[in-house]
Design a protein around this ligand. Structure first.
Ligand SMILES: Cc1cc2nc3c(=O)[nH]c(=O)nc-3n(C[C@H](O)[C@H](O)[C@H](O)COP(=O)(O)OP(=O)(O)OC[C@H]3O[C@@H](n4cnc5c(N)ncnc54)[C@H](O)[C@@H]3O)c2cc1C
Length: 307
C-alpha cells in the first residue's frame, strides 16, 4: 500500500532540501528521496561563494546543515533513492529503490546532474575518477602523475585539490585557454606542480593490469603525446540522467528539463529545480532559490487540485 504525501521531492541536494524546508513551512506533507545528505555539495571541499559565510564553509558542513534543517521542519527523509516516478490518476507514484510506494499530486525533480564521460575504449577501467575530494586521497604518497581533463572551474578545482596529493598534475584542456575564474587561474599558476596543455584532448586511455596507466593526448589536433599517469580525473561538464522519470517530458537539446516561469515541466504537476533544469547558472545559491520558488508554485498547484 502506498503512503500519501502532498509533494514528492527527488534529490537531497540544496534544491531538494530547500524545497522541502519551504514546503513544510507551508504545511505540506513532503517526502524527499536521496542517499546523500546535501547532494553534490558534500563533495566540494570549500565553498567560498555561498552568502553568509565569511571565509567560506566546508561543503560537507553546509550539506549536513541543510539536511538537518529539512529534517527539523518535519520533512520525511527515508535516505533512499527513488527508483522511478510514474504517472498516476492522483498525480504521481514514486517507487523507492527498496520497493516502497509513495503517492502525491505533485513532484519536484531536483536530482542534479552527473559527470559526462568520454566515449572511447577503456573508459570503464579503474583509474578514471570523477571526484577529487572522494578519490584524490588515494594518491596521498605524492608520487603520482595525474591528468585532469577539462578547462573550466570544475577542472581548476580538481587540479588544485589534486596538487596537494600528487607529484605532478597535468590539465588536458581542449580549449585555447583556461575558462576558470581568475582567482582559480592565479592559484594554478602559483602552484609548482600543475601544468596545462592547451588545445589538447585525450585520444586514448591505456590500461595495464586492469587500471589506467597512460593516456595518448592529441595537441592541436595533430601532435600525439603519450603520458604515463596513475589516474585521470574527468572534468568535462555535467549532464542530466533523467532515467528515474518514467513520464514523457520535454528536454533541451543537451538533455536538461525544460521548465516554465513557475518551474513546471511539460508534465502538469511535475516541477524541476536546481542543476537538472534548463538554467543559465548552476550554483548552490541558485539551486536554493529554485527550491524556495518551486515549493511555493507546488503549494499553489496542490491547493488548486484539492479545491
Ligand atoms: C567540483 C565542483 C565544485 C563546485 N563548487 C561550487 C561552489 O564553490 N559554489 C557553488 O555555489 N556551487 C558549486 N558547485 C555547483 C553546486 O554543487 C551545484 O550547483 C548544486 O549542488 C546543485 O544542487 P542540486 O540540488 O540541483 O543538485 P545536487 O547537489 O547534485 O543534488 C542532487 C542529489 O540528488 C541525487 N539523486 C540523483 N538521482 C536520484 C534519484 N533517482 N533518487 C534520489 N536522489 C537522486 C544525487 O545523487 C544528488 O545527491 C560545484 C560543483 C562541482 C562539481
Amino acid at each position: 500500500m502506498a503512503d500519501y504525501f502532498d509533494l514528492i521531492v527527488i534529490g537531497t541536494g540544496p534544491a531538494g532540501l530547500t524545497a522541502a524546508i519551504y514546503a513544510r513551512r507551508r504545511g505540506m506533507r513532503v517526502a524527499v528521496f536521496g542517499d546523500t545528505p546535501g547532494g553534490n555539495i558534500v563533495k566540494i571541499e570549500h565553498v567560498a561563494n555561498y552568502p553568509g559565510f565569511i571565509g567560506g564553509i566546508f561543503g560537507a558542513q553546509l550539506g549536513t546543515a541543510l539536511f538537518a534543517q529539512a529534517q527539523s521542519e518535519g520533512a520525511f527523509l527515508p535516505m533512499i533513492r527513488l527508483d522511478r516516478l510514474l504517472p498516476h490518476e492522483n498525480g504521481f507514484l514514486g517507487i523507492a529503490q527498496t520497493g516502497e510506494e509513495y503517492l502525491a499530486p505533485a513532484a519536484v525533480a531536483a536530482f542534479g546532474v552527473v559527470p559526462r564521460k568520454l566515449d572511447i575504449p577503456n573508459s570503464d577501467k579503474k583509474g578514471i575518477y570523477y571526484c577529487s575530494l572522494c578519490d584524490g586521497p588515494l594518491f596521498r604518497d605524492k608520487s603520482a602523475t595525474l591528468a585532469v581533463l577539462g578547462g573550466g572551474n570544475m577542472a581548476a578545482h580538481e587540479a588544485l585539490s589534486l596538487s596537494v596529493f600528487a607529484k605532478r598534475v597535468i590539465i588536458v584542456n581542449p580549449a585555447s585557454s583556461l575558462m576558470a575564474e581568475e582567482a582559480l587561474v592565479r592559484q594554478i599558476e602559483e602552484k609548482g606542480n600543475i601544468e596545462v596543455l592547451l588545445n589538447a584532448n585525450i585520444e586514448a586511455f591505456h590500461a595495464g593490469e586492469g587500471s589506467i596507466d597512460g593516456i595518448t593526448v592529441s595537441v592541436c589536433g595533430s601532435e600525439k603525446i603519450y603520458i604515463a599517469v596513475s589516474g585521470v580525473f574527468m572534468a568535462i561538464g555535467w549532464g542530466a540522467d533523467l532515467g528515474v522519470i518514467q513520464i514523457p517530458v520535454e528536454t533541451t537539446q543537451d538533455g536538461f528539463l525544460k521548465t516554465d516561469a513557475q518551474l513546471m515541466t511539460s508534465t502538469r504537476g511535475l516541477f524541476a529545480a536546481g542543476d537538472v533544469r534548463d538554467t543559465d547558472m548552476r550554483q548552490i545559491v541558485t539551486a536554493c532559490a529554485d527550491g524556495a520558488r518551486v515549493a511555493s508554485y507546488a503549494f499553489e498547484y496542490v491547493s488548486w487540485k484539492k479545491r
